[in-house]
Ligand binder design. Sequence first.
Ligand code: RP5
Length: 291
Amino acid sequence: MRVKYFEMIHHKCRRGIYPGTKIQRFEVPEDKVFWNVDFQEYSPVDYTCPSVIDKLWADPEIRENTFQPKWNSLDDPFSTAKVNRKSFMGDYVVTDNGYPLNPIGRTGIIGRGLLGRWGPNHAADPIVTRWKRNGTGALEIDKTTEKPILQFVAIQRKDTGEWAIPGGMVDPGETVSQTIRREFMEEALNSLEKQENEKQELEENISEFFKKGDEIYQGYVDDPRNTDNAWMETVAYNFHDDDGTIVGKLALTAGDDATNVRWMDVSKSLNLYANHTEFIRRTMQKRNAHW
Ligand code: RP5
């Protein structure tokens, strides 16, 4: 399931204006993305958002003497606040002046942008699916492909307004399965605004369901926030409610970083945040659903 370098080139993080700013990325043509291709004129803008500077949850500046990250490894394994600086893409290069380099290539921006960590920023994505059914409970079959229509829980992101999988950052010391459950509860079930007893009940209802997931993707995310020195990586799991009786029945309510949530039909016309459409395409293949 791991993505190989040669299978991927990024698109969404090497064009236009950097999210939340007026900063124009230095234009990187497709044939100049890879670091081993000569690009003399390359002059990327240096940008780190003030919202990540001096924050406890984020890294300090590279040039600070007290900051001695262990690149390409699990940083400080003896601390409870372990930061995973390993990449799913293999070992990444660190420049002579100490900056990790994006494993796919140039993005037109250096610095950390909106991301907290130098190097990989790890996330996890829950792809929660069910079959689309009609009023009588029968599966809806697409007339052209003659395959059942899959639906997944999609959220609309507050930052870009795009529809996405309700994923989130893996906190230091947290496991991927904890992140997946927590993010789904926060963004698709609005758990942060619930009373403690309601939250517990919800957790009990879904904990069994979230134990059985199929890994769909592991690797680099073509996230619009990526820079030459900081980038998103994720592990995406599919949790499928085949008869629609578990999460298929839950009332979805948007919360935290989501402004909307809904069951969305899976088809080739999807256009989701980052490369989330690719994760959904792989899920469709796994479930043998309509596309
Ligand atoms: C994407 O950003 C990941 O695939 C995940 O869905 C998301 C995590 O970032 P936040 O939603 O926490 O900003 O790259």
